[in-house]
Write a protein of this length. Structure first.
Length: 118
């Protein structure tokens, strides 16, 4: 059974930083595995933030986080990170770790709340 557990969310002032972590278990990683992050702000649909394929050949970011967020991983710990810098109030959302195949997510964690105050 796939399990994704996020941590690292919290309250931060605009311009600040947070690092989210996602510990994965029950997964069999292959070069087709895609892992990353989505987010959902109040009253809005869930949107893509960032992802990479497990072979490491492709990393993608949503335009609104390019240059501010960095996705990384620790293979030994089966953990994915999202370093978020220069945070803005509009980054306030629940952030979900996600996994899937060939660029599409099909499983999400329970989410971690990120709140950015102005």
């Amino acid at each position: 059974q796939v399990r994704l557990v996020e941590s690292g969310g919290g309250l931060v002032r605009a311009g600040g930083s947070l690092r989210l972590s996602c510990a994965a278990s029950g997964l069999t990683f292959s070069r087709f595995t895609t892992m990353g992050w989505s987010r959902q702000a109040p009253g809005k649909e869930r949107e893509f933030v960032s992802a990479f394929n497990w072979s490491g050949q492709t990393t993608k970011y949503a335009d609104f986080v390019k240059g501010r967020f960095t996705i990384s991983r620790d293979n030994a710990k089966s953990t994915v990170y999202l370093q978020m810098n220069s945070l803005k109030p509009e980054d306030t959302a629940v952030y979900y770790c996600a996994v899937g195949i060939l660029g599409s997510f099909n499983t999400w964690g329970q989410g971690t709340q990120v709140t950015v105050s102005s």
